[in-house]
Design a protein. Structure first.
Length: 98
């Protein structure tokens, strides 16, 4: 049973990593990063459950808090990107100049 849960966790992480590397839309990249964080969090919770140690679950609470703040900051950045150039395509933002 542990292998099945870990397989799903690795699959979530791999889908997220692939999406973050291939896609060019900033919002899709943010969603892919969330998938990666959820895959890692799932691995923490599964290993915590199967070892009987609660530290993995406590660590996931910190990971979830960081993921929530990352989403809020990322969406604010996406809103400013769209406001400035009417696009959220990452290729449009290769320089820091206006």
């Amino acid at each position: 049973m542990l292998a099945a849960y870990m397989f799903v966790s690795v699959l979530l992480f791999a889908i997220g990593a692939t999406g973050a590397m291939i896609r060019r839309n900033f919002l899709i990249v943010l969603m892919s990063l969330e998938l990666m964080i959820n895959g890692a969090g799932m691995a923490l919770i599964v290993m915590s459950y199967f070892t009987g140690n609660i530290s993995g679950q406590v660590m996931f609470l910190f990971v979830a808090a960081v993921a929530a703040s990352e989403t809020a900051v990322g969406l604010a950045i996406a809103a400013m990107m769209y406001k400035n150039k009417k696009s959220v395509d990452i290729n449009d933002y290769t320089t820091l100049k206006k």
